[in-house]
Ligand binder design. Structure first.
Ligand code: DC
Length: 228
């Protein structure tokens, strides 16, 4: 059976995580959230108290930490050195340092290598550089986007629903900063691959987004049965 790889990129709040997870479920594929890997790597650096001004310290820490992603009843669980960090990787302190960690080439190489080894078994993989660097030859490539304010609203609701106190201004600032660093970093910046399908999710529900992606996937395949 063909090992289908579906690559999805887009900025924070574009809906790609939820859409990717649902798409993977529908297609019976593994879902790989690469942002969770960068988040766990960043948390490892925070916990080890690395000097964030020193690339080598960060690289050493990331190289020596053990990150494991696992799915329990459809929910992602993230483990760092054997301990669950699923909630902790979403803390504001991680958002604060993540751009610094993810701009380092050696860190990205370590991540990309892991992502390729997991994803090539067949997966829906989402992040920032998946369609351009990690799986440029993926069977299907999508770029999800949405208006800034809508993305802020989605992130804000997500954080509030987890019981964390935060104000909308703070969420907007974080998103703005991450948009800037994600699109301008030297290695693996967020950009739309030329051959990726662009989906503006601004006025769409998650169901609409998944349906749209499935439409492209099934339309391109003359014999869907061989895929799924
Ligand atoms: O998808 P997310 O918002 O959880 O990702 C958090 C950060 O991780 C993002 O702002 C940049 C980094 N990241 C990356 O550099 N490359 C990826 N493929 C995925 C995430």
């Amino acid at each position: 059976m063909k090992k289908l790889v579906i690559a999805i990129d887009g900025p924070a709040g574009s809906g790609k995580s939820t859409a990717a997870r649902l798409l993977a479920e529908r297609l019976g594929l593994l879902y790989l959230d690469t942002g969770a890997m960068y988040r766990a790597a960043t948390l490892a650096c925070i916990r080890k108290g690395v000097n964030f001004d020193a690339d080598d310290d960060i690289i050493n820490c990331v190289r020596n930490c053990n990150i494991r992603l696992q799915y329990q009843e459809g929910k992602l669980e993230v483990y760092l050195d054997g301990r669950e960090v699923t909630e902790d990787i979403r803390l504001p302190v991680v958002n604060k340092h993540i751009s610094r960690v993810s701009e380092i080439l050696e860190v990205r190489k370590l991540m990309v290598e892991k992502q390729r080894s997991i994803g090539s078994q067949g997966a829906v993989v989402e992040g920032r550089d998946i369609t351009t660097v990690v799986f440029p030859d993926a069977d299907f490539k999508f770029y999800l986007d949405a208006d800034f304010d809508v993305r802020v609203d989605r992130r804000y609701k997500e954080v509030v629903s987890k019981g964390m106190g935060v104000d909308r201004e703070e969420v907007a600032k974080d998103l703005e900063n991450r948009d800037r660093s994600d699109t301008t970093r030297k290695y693996g910046p967020l950009r739309k691959a030329e051959d990726a399908v662009y989906i503006d999710t601004t006025g769409m529900s998650i169901e609409d987004v998944v349906r749209e992606m499935l439409r492209h996937i099934t339309a391109a395949d003359n014999d869907p049965v061989s895929f799924f």
